[in-house]
Each structure stands twice: as structure tokens, then as C-alpha cells.
Design a binder for this molecule. Structure first.
Ligand SMILES: NC(=O)c1ccc[n+]([C@@H]2O[C@H](COP(=O)([O-])OP(=O)(O)OC[C@H]3O[C@@H](n4cnc5c(N)ncnc54)[C@H](OP(=O)(O)O)[C@@H]3O)[C@@H](O)[C@H]2O)c1
Length: 279
């Protein structure tokens, strides 16, 4: 039975990963930072990646064969410590005990100026602090653990509780004036169950390098929000559409992700959002 360590086990993706790995009969250690999850069957350990030596101590305690690193923050004063530097520490620790590593990365490291879907061969071109942190993390992971698999994904949705993206759409139904959903920001949302299943499938392989694992359909944030609202049985008519380009904000816009390499090697179907959420 594989021994897997899942960082961010209290997170949206981490919880689904823990559930799937336990269902597969794996020996699971999962970490949390501030929200100890209610999970039976897994060993739970606290982890604070801001603390020097924390990743190494964790890996020495858990002795995993496989590490799946999902823990991160998207902003705030600890962005660099947790999201940019933390992955390098986890990678070095995993390498030191001979463990396989899968690191979760993001479509946010692209500038969104391309007119075609991004492939694994496209270099990072971050334009936000979060995108920069994820790009720095990829570099640190590849240096510390050359055989690591780096999985870039897109907006995650569809778990037992609403993801932040879903919650925002549901909140907007109640208070449309508080939110604007851009029609010119494109993403490939991925079901959390599909992403977690893909990661569990990839975990025991020797696949290394970068792999894009996102949903099959590219849609705008506005269309995504409308579909989320309708799937929850709520009216989408009042949701406010807007233009990212006209907003003056510097944000990645056209970030379509080409996941054809992943789909060619996976049994797991990376379902497209239009096949999952009603129009
Ligand atoms: N969500 C998306 O739409 C999306 C899109 C693209 C890529 N990704 C990538 O997918 C991964 C997982 O995302 P997610 O949405 O599942 O994340 P999430 O729900 O926000 O969970 C983040 C996890 O990181 C942990 N964490 C926070 N601060 C920490 C610290 N100081 N030390 C150690 N752990 C800490 C949290 O622990 P506590 O909750 O216990 O504090 C939580 O378990 C991330 O690497 C992200 O970059 C996500």
C-alpha cells in the first residue's frame, strides 16, 4: 500500500485527494495549517511552511513514498514564504528521503496574452504577485527535485461544498451589485474530483516535468458564474458582466490551457465545464 503525504489536506483539493487515496486503500498522512479537518483514516499533522525546517521535519516524520504538495496561499504577507519558497523546501525534503513529488501549480503563471491555448512548452510569463510566486515555486521544485512532476491546473470547482469561485457566483445572485464577472477572462475550470483522480493516477507513475491538467472546455468567468448559479437552481440573469480589459486591472485574460498531453495518458476524463454545468 503506497504511503502518501498530502500537504494542504485541509484545503479544497487536498480534502478530495485524501478521500480518494483512502478509498484506494493508501496509507495517508495529510497536513493542515489552521483548520484541522475532520477526517478518519488519515494521519493528520500540522504544517507551517513559514517555519524554517518545517518541511524536512514533516517528511522525516511521515516517511512517505509519494508527496503531493497542494498547500499554498494566494496572497498576503506570507505569499513568498508559503507559495514561492515553501515548495522548494518540500521538494528538497521529499528528495532527501527518496520520495516521489507531485507539485500543484497554476495557470496564473501565464500573462494571458496568447491567442492560443498554453501548452507545457510555453514559458511562465507572470504578471501578478501570485503568478510570480507560482513561477518561482516551479523553478525551485525543479532544482531541488529534478524528477518531480509539476501539475498546472485551472479554476477548481464541484466539490461537496462550494469552492471560492462557486461561492462568489452564489453570493452574486443575492447581491449582484457587489460583483462583476469578466467576459474576456478565459479559463478551463476543472472538477475537483477529476483533478484529484488524475493526481492519484499519476502518483505511482514515473512521469516527471510539467503537465497541464485542466478541464476540456475554455469559458469566460462570466459564463462560468452563470452556469454555477443555474446548477444551484438560482437565476443567473442578474449577474453583472464586465470587461477585464476595460477594468484597468492587470490580470491574465486569455488563459486557455491545453491538457491534451495529460488526457492522452490518463484514464480519468478531464470533463469540460459545459458538459457538467447546465447552460
Ligand atoms: N483553487 C483553484 O481554483 C486553483 C487554480 C489553479 C491552481 N490551484 C492550485 O491548487 C492547489 C490547491 O488549491 P486549493 O484551492 O485546494 O487550496 P486551498 O483550499 O486554499 O487550501 C490551501 C491549503 O494550504 C494550507 N496552508 C495555508 N497556509 C499554510 C502554511 N503556512 N503552511 C502550510 N500549509 C498552509 C491550508 O491549510 P489550512 O486551511 O488548515 O489553514 C490549506 O490546507 C494550490 O497549489 C493552488 O495553487 C488552485
Amino acid at each position: 500500500m503506497p504511503q502518501v503525504l498530502i500537504t494542504g489536506g485541509s484545503g479544497y483539493l487536498g480534502r478530495e485527494l485524501v478521500r480518494l487515496c483512502l478509498a484506494a486503500g493508501w496509507d495517508v498522512t495529510a497536513t493542515y495549517a489552521s483548520h484541522p479537518p475532520q477526517i478518519s483514516g488519515a494521519r493528520l499533522l500540522p504544517l507551517d511552511l513559514r517555519q524554517p525546517g518545517a518541511a524536512l521535519a514533516l517528511v522525516r516524520a511521515a516517511r512517505p513514498q509519494i508527496v503531493i504538495h497542494t498547500a499554498y496561499v494566494q496572497g498576503g504577507p506570507d505569499l513568498s514564504a508559503i507559495t514561492a519558497q515553501g515548495p522548494g523546501d518540500v521538494a528538497a525534503a521529499a528528495h532527501s528521503v527518496g520520495a516521489r513529488l507531485i507539485h500543484l501549480s497554476s495557470d496564473a503563471l501565464f500573462d494571458g496574452e496568447s491567442q492560443r491555448p498554453y501548452t507545457e512548452d510555453d514559458p511562465p510569463s507572470p504578471i501578478t504577485p501570485y503568478g510570480q510566486a507560482k513561477a518561482d515555486a516551479e523553478r525551485a521544485v525543479a532544482l531541488a527535485h529534478p524528477a518531480a512532476l509539476i501539475v498546472r491546473t485551472s479554476l477548481i470547482y464541484g466539490g461537496p461544498t462550494p469552492s471560492p469561485h462557486e461561492q462568489m457566483a452564489l453570493d452574486a445572485v443575492e447581491s449582484p451589485e457587489r460583483f462583476t464577472f469578466f467576459t474576456d477572462e478565459l479559463r478551463n475550470p476543472v472538477l475537483v474530483a477529476d483533478l484529484a483522480a488524475a493526481l492519484v493516477e499519476l502518483a505511482p507513475t514515473s512521469r516527471s516535468g510539467i503537465l497541464h491538467v485542466a478541464g476540456a472546455h475554455t469559458i469566460s468567468r462570466y459564463e462560468f458564474a452563470c452556469r454555477i448559479a443555474r446548477a444551484a437552481g438560482r437565476p443567473a440573469d442578474a449577474l453583472r458582466a464586465g470587461s477585464s480589459a476595460a477594468s484597468g486591472l492587470r490580470r491574465p485574460r486569455h488563459v486557455a490551457m491545453d491538457s491534451s498531453r495529460a488526457q492522452a495518458i490518463l484514464r480519468t476524463q478531464l470533463r469540460g465545464v459545459r458538459d457538467v454545468l447546465p447552460a
